[in-house]
Design a binder for this molecule. Structure first.
Ligand code: HEM
Length: 228
């Protein structure tokens, strides 16, 4: 099978590392989205105290964040995630630099007619996402997990999304993430050896719908909390 052949026979080069780290980050994003969707569950969903003193969204979100900090396997996965993000960014920079060099030497005229604008601007989208992540981590991760300045994560998140420009930055970051994901998923599969045209068409379709759903669900959280 072309996929297996590509995955096991090629050496793990930069593109493969990019694909593996990218797919791991996507795995984190799915879990992260599910956890943060708790924020928009209506309180009427909790008619009675149903588990371990959890009687409303506030309790449930803080129980979730407590679990994130105090359950050691999650801490290990978090360290793998930080490493994956750093490797992904460094690898992207190295690939972009190398491509620029090769293009300068070999291809004077690049054919842009068949590729999408977002696939040609993965670096720019990456910069938008990078700025968003730095801000995001400084606001939540640093204050709650590292410096432990804020002990009520629910309160911190709710207060943050009452500020309109924070919401705007999130929306821009999430739109950039959506486009980055569409091309990233396609490209990761290609790097890992999916060459069959029919298979690639299926991957492209899944990438498109998956990225759309992820982006919409992430994007509605700050908007709902702003107006709540
Ligand atoms: C509305 C959407 C989002 C909300 C409400 C949210 C909320 C949070 C909160 C409260 C934390 C700190 C606690 C924790 O570790 O989970 C956090 C951490 C983090 N978030 Fe988000 N987030 C959102 C979207 C995103 C997006 C789109 C990305 C990536 C592009 C992202 C990347 C991260 C990362 C890498 C961490 C650190 C994870 C860790 O230490 O385990 N978040 N987020």
């Amino acid at each position: 099978m072309a996929f297996k052949k590509g995955l096991f026979k090629t050496s793990i080069g930069r593109k493969n590392l990019m694909a593996f780290t990218g797919l791991f980050i996507i795995f984190f994003l799915i879990i992260h989205l599910i956890g943060n969707l708790i924020l928009i569950i209506p309180n009427s969903f909790f008619p009675i105290e149903f588990w371990n003193n959890v009687a409303n969204v506030h309790d449930m979100y803080n129980a979730y964040s407590h679990f994130l900090v105090h359950f050691w396997p999650v801490t290990i996965v978090a360290y793998i995630l930080y490493a994956a993000i750093i490797i992904h960014v460094i690898d992207a920079l190295l690939i972009t630099l190398k491509n620029k060099k090769t293009q300068g030497e070999k291809y004077i005229i690049a054919d842009n007619s068949t590729s999408s604008w977002y696939s040609r601007n993965m670096g720019v989208l990456g910069v938008f996402i990078g700025v968003f992540i730095v801000l995001h981590m400084a606001q939540f991760w640093l204050q709650y997990k590292i410096l432990k300045i804020e002990h009520d994560l629910y309160h911190l998140v709710i207060a943050t999304f009452k500020i309109w420009w924070y919401v705007l930055i999130y929306e821009i970051g999430i739109i950039a993430l959506g486009f980055h994901l569409v091309h990233g998923i396609e490209s990761a599969h290609r790097s890992l050896g999916v060459y069959h045209q029919k298979m690639m068409q299926i991957v492209q379709l899944i990438a498109l719908y998956f990225s759309l759903v992820m982006a919409i669900l992430f994007a509605i959280i700050p908007i709902i909390l702003y107006f709540k």
